[in-house]
Design a protein around this ligand. Sequence first.
Ligand SMILES: [Zn+2]
Length: 178
Amino acid sequence: MTDVDSLIVNLAKELLGEEVLDVLQFLLNKKIEITDDEIANELGVKVNEVRKKLYALADQGLVSYRRSRDKETGWYVYYWKVNRDQINDILLSRKREILTKLKTRLEYEQNNDFYICPEDKTKYTFEEAFENEFRCPRCGSQLEYYDSKSVREVLERKIKELEEQIEKETKLGANKSG
Ligand SMILES: [Zn+2]
Protein backbone atom coordinates (compact mmCIF):
# COMPACT_ATOMS: atom_id res chain seq x y z
CA MET A 1 0.00 0.00 0.00
CA THR A 2 1.27 3.51 -0.82
CA ASP A 3 1.55 6.20 1.86
CA VAL A 4 -1.48 8.02 0.52
CA ASP A 5 -3.52 4.81 0.47
CA SER A 6 -2.69 3.95 4.06
CA LEU A 7 -3.51 7.53 5.06
CA ILE A 8 -6.90 7.16 3.41
CA VAL A 9 -7.53 3.86 5.17
CA ASN A 10 -6.52 5.28 8.56
CA LEU A 11 -8.65 8.36 8.08
CA ALA A 12 -11.67 6.28 7.04
CA LYS A 13 -11.21 4.02 10.06
CA GLU A 14 -11.00 7.01 12.37
CA LEU A 15 -14.00 8.83 10.87
CA LEU A 16 -16.34 5.98 9.99
CA GLY A 17 -15.11 2.83 11.70
CA GLU A 18 -13.87 -0.54 10.52
CA GLU A 19 -17.06 -1.51 8.67
CA VAL A 20 -16.38 0.74 5.64
CA LEU A 21 -12.91 -0.68 5.08
CA ASP A 22 -13.85 -3.67 2.89
CA VAL A 23 -15.43 -1.42 0.24
CA LEU A 24 -12.67 1.18 0.52
CA GLN A 25 -9.89 -1.39 0.30
CA PHE A 26 -11.56 -2.94 -2.74
CA LEU A 27 -11.77 0.45 -4.44
CA LEU A 28 -8.14 1.24 -3.60
CA ASN A 29 -6.97 -2.02 -5.15
CA LYS A 30 -8.98 -1.53 -8.33
CA LYS A 31 -7.20 1.71 -9.37
CA ILE A 32 -10.02 2.36 -11.87
CA GLU A 33 -13.61 3.56 -11.69
CA ILE A 34 -16.08 0.84 -10.79
CA THR A 35 -19.84 0.68 -10.29
CA ASP A 36 -21.49 -0.11 -6.96
CA ASP A 37 -23.09 -3.20 -8.58
CA GLU A 38 -19.68 -4.55 -9.57
CA ILE A 39 -18.31 -3.94 -6.07
CA ALA A 40 -21.30 -5.74 -4.53
CA ASN A 41 -20.90 -8.69 -6.91
CA GLU A 42 -17.20 -9.06 -6.39
CA LEU A 43 -17.39 -8.69 -2.61
CA GLY A 44 -20.48 -10.87 -2.41
CA VAL A 45 -22.49 -8.37 -0.33
CA LYS A 46 -25.79 -6.57 -0.90
CA VAL A 47 -25.61 -3.54 -3.17
CA ASN A 48 -27.53 -1.42 -0.64
CA GLU A 49 -24.88 -2.13 1.93
CA VAL A 50 -22.14 -1.16 -0.53
CA ARG A 51 -23.96 2.07 -1.44
CA LYS A 52 -24.43 3.02 2.20
CA LYS A 53 -20.69 2.70 2.79
CA LEU A 54 -19.83 4.54 -0.43
CA TYR A 55 -22.05 7.49 0.48
CA ALA A 56 -20.55 7.64 3.97
CA LEU A 57 -17.07 7.68 2.42
CA ALA A 58 -18.16 10.31 -0.12
CA ASP A 59 -19.55 12.52 2.68
CA GLN A 60 -16.03 12.62 4.12
CA GLY A 61 -14.57 13.41 0.69
CA LEU A 62 -12.62 10.14 0.54
CA VAL A 63 -14.36 8.78 -2.58
CA SER A 64 -16.38 10.34 -5.37
CA TYR A 65 -18.59 9.19 -8.22
CA ARG A 66 -19.35 10.02 -11.82
CA ARG A 67 -22.94 9.51 -12.91
CA SER A 68 -23.82 8.23 -16.35
CA ARG A 69 -27.11 7.12 -17.88
CA ASP A 70 -27.22 3.56 -19.16
CA LYS A 71 -28.40 3.76 -22.78
CA GLU A 72 -30.29 0.45 -22.64
CA THR A 73 -32.04 0.61 -19.29
CA GLY A 74 -32.23 4.41 -19.02
CA TRP A 75 -31.07 4.13 -15.40
CA TYR A 76 -28.21 6.03 -13.90
CA VAL A 77 -25.01 4.13 -13.26
CA TYR A 78 -22.55 5.43 -10.66
CA TYR A 79 -18.84 4.98 -11.25
CA TRP A 80 -16.83 5.27 -8.04
CA LYS A 81 -13.20 6.07 -7.38
CA VAL A 82 -10.97 7.01 -4.46
CA ASN A 83 -10.10 10.70 -4.14
CA ARG A 84 -6.35 10.28 -3.93
CA ASP A 85 -5.70 13.83 -5.20
CA GLN A 86 -7.91 15.43 -2.59
CA ILE A 87 -6.57 13.53 0.38
CA ASN A 88 -4.03 16.27 1.20
CA ASP A 89 -6.77 18.90 1.25
CA ILE A 90 -8.83 16.72 3.55
CA LEU A 91 -5.92 16.17 5.91
CA LEU A 92 -5.14 19.88 5.85
CA SER A 93 -8.64 20.90 6.82
CA ARG A 94 -8.63 18.28 9.58
CA LYS A 95 -5.39 19.80 10.90
CA ARG A 96 -6.99 23.26 10.85
CA GLU A 97 -9.91 21.92 12.91
CA ILE A 98 -7.55 20.38 15.45
CA LEU A 99 -5.57 23.64 15.60
CA THR A 100 -8.72 25.62 16.40
CA LYS A 101 -9.59 23.17 19.19
CA LEU A 102 -6.09 23.35 20.66
CA LYS A 103 -6.16 27.16 20.62
CA THR A 104 -9.53 27.20 22.38
CA ARG A 105 -8.17 24.79 24.96
CA LEU A 106 -5.04 26.91 25.48
CA GLU A 107 -7.16 30.02 25.96
CA TYR A 108 -9.21 28.17 28.56
CA GLU A 109 -6.04 27.09 30.37
CA GLN A 110 -4.66 30.65 30.25
CA ASN A 111 -7.85 32.31 31.45
CA ASN A 112 -8.56 30.03 34.38
CA ASP A 113 -6.95 29.13 37.65
CA PHE A 114 -7.18 25.48 38.48
CA TYR A 115 -7.37 23.41 41.64
CA ILE A 116 -6.82 19.69 41.86
CA CYS A 117 -7.87 16.96 44.24
CA PRO A 118 -4.73 15.19 45.53
CA GLU A 119 -6.71 11.94 45.94
CA ASP A 120 -8.62 11.39 42.69
CA LYS A 121 -6.74 13.98 40.57
CA THR A 122 -9.95 15.69 39.44
CA LYS A 123 -9.32 19.23 38.17
CA TYR A 124 -11.59 22.16 39.07
CA THR A 125 -11.70 25.77 37.94
CA PHE A 126 -11.37 28.49 40.57
CA GLU A 127 -15.16 29.07 40.44
CA GLU A 128 -15.90 25.38 41.00
CA ALA A 129 -13.36 25.15 43.81
CA PHE A 130 -14.72 28.34 45.42
CA GLU A 131 -18.33 27.08 45.27
CA ASN A 132 -17.23 23.91 47.06
CA GLU A 133 -15.17 25.82 49.65
CA PHE A 134 -11.99 24.33 48.17
CA ARG A 135 -13.00 20.79 49.02
CA CYS A 136 -13.35 18.04 46.42
CA PRO A 137 -17.09 17.46 45.81
CA ARG A 138 -16.34 13.80 45.10
CA CYS A 139 -14.27 12.79 48.10
CA GLY A 140 -14.06 15.82 50.40
CA SER A 141 -10.26 16.24 50.23
CA GLN A 142 -8.72 19.68 50.51
CA LEU A 143 -8.09 20.98 46.96
CA GLU A 144 -4.62 22.16 46.01
CA TYR A 145 -3.63 24.89 43.59
CA TYR A 146 -2.79 23.36 40.22
CA ASP A 147 -0.16 25.01 38.07
CA SER A 148 -1.18 24.31 34.47
CA LYS A 149 2.12 25.61 33.11
CA SER A 150 3.21 22.21 31.80
CA VAL A 151 -0.16 21.66 30.14
CA ARG A 152 0.09 25.08 28.50
CA GLU A 153 3.62 24.32 27.31
CA VAL A 154 2.51 21.05 25.68
CA LEU A 155 -0.41 22.83 24.02
CA GLU A 156 1.80 25.68 22.81
CA ARG A 157 4.30 23.22 21.36
CA LYS A 158 1.58 21.26 19.54
CA ILE A 159 0.02 24.47 18.20
CA LYS A 160 3.37 25.62 16.85
CA GLU A 161 4.03 22.24 15.20
CA LEU A 162 0.61 22.20 13.57
CA GLU A 163 0.91 25.79 12.37
CA GLU A 164 4.23 24.99 10.74
CA GLN A 165 2.83 21.85 9.08
CA ILE A 166 -0.23 23.71 7.82
CA GLU A 167 1.89 26.55 6.45
CA LYS A 168 4.21 24.12 4.65
CA GLU A 169 1.39 22.05 3.19
CA THR A 170 -0.61 25.10 2.12
CA LYS A 171 2.43 26.31 0.17
CA LEU A 172 2.88 22.87 -1.44
CA GLY A 173 -0.77 22.83 -2.48
CA ALA A 174 -0.55 26.35 -3.92
CA ASN A 175 2.55 25.42 -5.93
CA LYS A 176 0.91 22.31 -7.32
CA SER A 177 -2.24 24.09 -8.58
CA GLY A 178 -0.47 27.30 -9.66
ZN1 LIG B 1 -11.35 14.12 45.39
